[in-house]
Design a protein around this ligand. Structure first.
Ligand code: ADP
Ligand code: MG
Length: 438
């Protein structure tokens, strides 16, 4: 990402042109001209609040943002045969062309080619839609401006873009998408099903035990809205800043700041947190069998388990974060709709403290950024770490009039304090994944 450190969200059309160019220059003369072309895009996201709650079925409140992954390619469903000509080829910026044959026995790559797993994992999720004697054949070029590994979910945007590409192929081939169901899926069900499949792809094929937030909002995001998602039922409510009647000029804006640091520790700590949540849940379930996940527990339950059921130390801290974060997330959605920015800001600040002290997923650089924003003075309502942690981005709710001043302040002060440059920009809620007409 360092090379793109001053890049703002680029316009999707530019990405489409770049993807088409990459497609032509990578596959060129070898492309089967009979295969139809498709173009798709899927956004990254920022989470306002509700962090590390999705994998225990809790609440999250993300929005899709104006950074996207775009795929341009051609492809079809074809009859399997023994010839080597039925294959898939994928390419992305800074990665050479990778070739593979789609089969259930496909194995995940290790080392420098790991990015192909995000595509292949999704392909495997769509394979059951085909008949026994059919398979996919495609060439696909990927270009994105979602910064990689910065907590804005480039991985989910890559998965979801791949999924929409495959759905376009299935649609053109007349495959009743998700044919196990009796009736065709509604547009809403389709987005949900896509998110479920992409999450499974990341869990199974990429070995990341993530929840469903990123894939869901990349798939179902809505312009101008945040999504309050119940990660257990997958019910969601579209939430607008200030509610339906707010005049948009009064509403504050969100500023994302990329710390430009990513500590390797994070990749290993994520599965540790997932495991600790399971262990804390086991203790709570023993105390009260109706608590089947942290989502079912209240802060009273957590306190009771600390008193009498042996919930202590790190497990107590982890449970306290997740359970209190669920409560904060639901409250934040309500406060947002009422235009009660002070309350939203306080909840964001409390979320950060909880992630830093109880969940222990922050780091020095992120704490510097959050502290700078929280003490900026009039104009800032709240600020917190967003995403998995150990680096990545912060999100700040700030009065529209103060946003530019805040951005300048964060840039100079962060560099002065850490020696690292940050990237800072205002963001608005963008729409979810789509097919782009060619
Ligand atoms: P995040 O999702 O927060 O950006 P992850 O570590 O979950 O971070 O995912 C980043 C990985 O996703 C990259 O290392 C790469 O393997 C893959 N990826 C995402 N977008 C692209 C892209 N446009 N081209 C190639 N690989 C990508
Ligand atoms: Mg990711």
């Amino acid at each position: 990402f360092s090379s793109a450190s001053e890049v703002m969200p680029s316009n999707v059309q530019t990405l489409v042109d770049q993807a088409k160019y990459l497609f032509d220059s990578s596959f060129g003369a070898d492309v089967d001209k009979n295969l139809p072309n498709y173009c798709v895009s899927a956004p990254g996201r920022v989470n306002l609040i509700g962090e590390h709650t999705d994998y225990t079925g809790g609440y999250v409140l993300p929005l899709a943002i104006g950074f996207n992954t775009v795929g341009y390619g051609c492809g079809s469903v074809v009859k399997k045969d023994s010839s080597e000509s039925i294959k898939c080829r994928i390419v992305s910026t800074n990665n050479p062309v990778a070739e593979f044959h789609v089969s259930p026995s496909l194995e995940a790559s290790t080392g420098s080619n790991k990015w192909v797993n995000y595509v292949q994992g999704v392909v495997l999720q769509y394979l059951p839609d085909l008949k026994e004697d059919e398979t996919f054949m495609f060439d696909l070029a990927i270009i994105g401006d979602v910064p990689l590994g910065s907590g804005l979910s480039s991985s989910a945007s890559l998965e979801v873009a791949t999924a929409v590409f495959l759905e376009r192929i299935l649609d053109s081939h007349g495959v009743a998408y998700c044919s196990a169901k009796d009736a065709p899926l509604s547009e809403k069900q389709r987005k949900m099903e896509r998110a479920v499949r992409c999450k499974l792809a990341e869990n199974i094929f990429c070995g990341v035990p993530c929840g469903i937030m990123d894939q869901f909002v990349s798939s179902a995001g809505c312009e101008g809205k945040l999504l309050l998602l119940d990660c257990r039922s997958l019910d969601y409510r579209e939430v607008s800043m200030g509610g339906e009647n707010a005049s948009s000029s009064d509403a504050p804006v969100l500023v994302i700041t990329n710390s430009n640091v990513k500590h390797d520790l994070g990749d290993g700590e994520y599965p540790v947190r997932v495991r600790q949540c399971k262990e804390a849940t086991d203790i709570l379930t023993k105390m009260n069998p109706s608590i089947q996940s942290l989502r079912d527990a209240t802060m009273k339950d957590v306190e009771a388990a600390a008193q009498s059921a042996g919930l202590e130390g790190v497990l107590l801290q982890r449970a306290r974060h997740v359970v209190s974060e669920n409560e904060r997330t639901v409250k934040t959605a309500d406060a947002l709709e009422k235009g009660d920015w002070e309350t939203v800001g306080k909840l964001m600040n409390a979320s950060h403290t909880s992630m830093r002290d109880d969940y222990e997923v922050s780091c020095e650089e992120i704490d510097v950024l959050v502290d700078l924003a929280q003490t900026f003075g009039d104009g800032v309502f709240g600020s917190r770490l967003t995403g998995g942690g150990f680096g990545g981005c912060t999100v700040t709710l700030v009065k529209k009039d103060s946003a530019q001043q805040l951005i300048e302040y964060l840039k100079t002060q962060y560099e002065a304090k850490t020696g690292t440059k940050c990237v800072c920009f205002e963001t608005a809620a963008a729409s979810g994944a789509k097919a782009i007409d060619l």
